[in-house]
Design a protein around this ligand. Sequence first.
Ligand SMILES: Nc1ncnc2c1ncn2[C@@H]1O[C@H](COP(=O)(O)OP(=O)(O)OP(=O)(O)O)[C@@H](O)[C@H]1O
Length: 222
Amino acid sequence: MASYADTTQLPTDSTQLPMLVASGLSCQRGKRRLFQDLTLRVSAGTALLVQGANGSGKTSLLRMLAGLTCPTSGQVYWNGTPIRQLGDEYRGQLLYCGHLNGLKDELSAEENLMTAAALSGRAVSTTMVRSALRDVGLGGWECLSTRALSQGQKRRVMLARLLLDPRPLWVLDEPLTALDADAVTWLSHVIDLHLQHGGVAVLTSHQDIALTGSVQTCRLGS
Ligand SMILES: Nc1ncnc2c1ncn2[C@@H]1O[C@H](COP(=O)(O)OP(=O)(O)OP(=O)(O)O)[C@@H](O)[C@H]1O
């Protein structure tokens, strides 16, 4: 049973119910109110592109949607249930990629991905990890210490997690940072496939990303 705060505007067709809902979200940072009474509804197969100038609150919003920060007011729902009620169950549905790549410099790309999978409780084989690294253009770089990779290559290693850890909700904060044109094309394709399989993606980017699926935008600071 859905428990949205405001059910009056939800679609009557249950197949159209949004998977991710933010209702009346506000964010106060010090004396600054970054956004207020923000309501979002994102259905399966849709990307939400959060836009805005530096400091407008995009990362703050993504962290709230990922359950990493509590909103000043308002609530986030996943399939009709408040995420704070879902707790670990929600975290298990979500793949969050932040500004930092979360890689250990002393480990290889392959070891980093195996470790990330183990920490998230996913059973992945070396073959799967190598295949993901090849897919992201890092064939031949699997065993090199991550310290020796370029910024774009490190970002690619982090994004290879998208191929190894299938979860319905992706929250990607500036995923295009440091990526070259080929990698941007690759990532657009991967996000499109995720949407085609009924997933939801929330992302920020100061660069253009061409998605062929359904895209909603949310502009902060205007
Ligand atoms: N913990 C905090 N305490 C005080 N201010 C904060 C805190 N976290 C963020 N801020 C401020 O909130 C504002 C929004 O930050 P946020 O990182 O959400 O912006 P952004 O839109 O993602 O910016 P950018 O495009 O530069 O990445 C900034 O001015 C930042 O300094």
